[in-house]
Design a protein. Structure first.
Length: 226
């Protein structure tokens, strides 16, 4: 039994580490170590419910032959699902108007499920799920970029002849599908110094083209776009 437990823990750590490595490559806070620990922890809980509680029950029945005890091992797995939500919630943050960390939270939740599968002896299901997660994350992020789901934050600084010209530039950016999140205007040598933050689909985040567009507007002199 000890050998089975060690093998399952090692496999869970390997599978969880693979998903964590992918998150680490994406520069996510919850990376290799977090997913490794989640997978091993979930597996250990399953092993305790599968073997540990039964061993304890057998010991009690041997000491007290007349006693009738039952163990519901499904309760442990239920608490794993509930408890992992606290870790997942810690990875979700609201930045401006965007919710960030949902994919990592879902990855942690799935990693816990993989650990439970390994702990329950469902090796093929655990390995297959790990492969699905790794392949799916890579394919879907490419698809998200193609359809413009992924957004990138950009910042531009330019001078405008007056506020009317500034508004022309802002309206032009909006017409191109860019979302203005904030902007400020200050007086600067008889001109208006404008700084704007805007969101743009990642595949359209080309600073040189945006710079050329701003400079093409009469009365606008773009300083930087990044």
């Amino acid at each position: 039994m000890e050998t089975i437990c060690i093998v399952r823990l090692l496999l869970a750590g390997l599978l969880g580490g693979l998903i964590g490595a992918e998150r680490e490559l994406r520069s996510k806070d919850a990376g290799l170590r977090t997913h490794f620990l989640v997978a091993i922890g979930a597996t250990l809980f399953m092993l305790v419910s599968q073997f540990g509680l039964i061993e304890a029950l057998n010991g009690l029945t041997e000491m007290h032959p007349g006693i009738n005890l039952r163990v519901d091992i499904s309760r442990v797995s239920t608490q794993i699902v509930s408890g992992i939500g606290f870790i997942g919630a810690g990875t979700i943050v609201l930045h401006k108007r965007f919710v960030m960390g949902l994919t990592t939270a879902a990855g942690i939740w799935t990693t816990a499920a993989i650990g439970m599968a390994v702990g329950g002896g469902l090796y093929l299901a655990a390995v297959a799920t790990t492969l699905f997660v790794l392949v799916g994350l890579e394919i879907l992020i490419i698809l998200s970029r193609v359809i413009g789901y992924q957004k990138k934050e950009m910042h531009a600084v330019f001078t405008a002849a007056d506020e009317a010209v500034r508004d022309i530039a802002l309206d032009g950016l909006r017409a191109q599908g860019k979302t203005i999140t904030s902007y400020s205007t200050e007086s600067y040598q008889n001109l208006k110094l404008v700084e704007i933050d805007f969101d743009v689909p990642e595949h359209e985040a080309k600073a040189d083209k945006i710079l050329c567009f701003l400079n093409s507007i009469e009365g606008i002199k773009a300083r930087s776009v990044k």
